[in-house]
Design a protein around this ligand. Sequence first.
Ligand code: DGL
Length: 292
Amino acid sequence: MSNWLAPGGVTANPSRIGIFDSGVGGLTVLRELYRQLSNESILYFGDTARLPYGSRSPEEILQFVREILTWMASQGVKMVMMACNTSSALALEQVQAEFPFPILGLIWPGARAAAQQGQRIGLIATSATVKSDAYRQAILEVHPDRQVWQVGCPEFVTLIEQNRIHDPYTYQVAKQYLAPLKAAQIDTLIYGCTHYPHLAPVLQTLLPSRVSFVDPAVHMVAAAAQELDALGLRSNVPAWPTEFYVSGAPSQFAQVAVQWLGHLPTVRQVRLPAATSLPTVNLSSGQLDTSS
Ligand code: DGL
């Protein structure tokens, strides 16, 4: 497929997959993309000016996701993967019908894998994801006899974004968050936030070795591969270098990303356009309101 100039003069590549997160969490999904779909070219967006998403309201998350998808649509992506559990839990279903490309989320692939793998399942996630109850509901839909314990870990994202993974304080915080899951004798733990696999070296020392870890990214990317095949969209030419965009400071993102990627990425700042405005239903009158 050929490239064209998108609004703003950016080179658009319609054969790319778009992935987004609030920050560096999406890099754990990018790693899986490199592993499982190495021919795919990737457009990465981190909404670093507005993180953490985990303390945002469902309305804010939906608004942010619409803005990001509107921008990605202007770049000509063929598929978008929400590399963010909070967005997947709170906005996936609403936006899937609003954009002309497949949009994949993390909750179902992660929940299905965990339900197949374990009986006593722990979830660590952002407060917003825990509050949505999306993982528990999905797990019980797959296997109604599974038991699920959910813990919100509000401090993790900021610590990871500040590059404090090996800080003794991070270890203490992790120990506290995992205590109720240890007491519940879980056999499986879901990384319910894409930032958390960055903490794997810390988390894995705090739980007994019989606990197996589920990274939903592994399963979402496998689902994406199947969907690309089904739609005849799988790339069979070598990938272009990944392009990184953020809404906040590019240098801060690059400094954390370098450890994960093994090289200092070029990161550009982008101002998101307003989301495509959609007709909303006026709840008091039941009428369509197209004024906004
Ligand atoms: N990494 C995202 C997630 O998977 C968002 C974390 C945040 O910004 O709070 O939920």
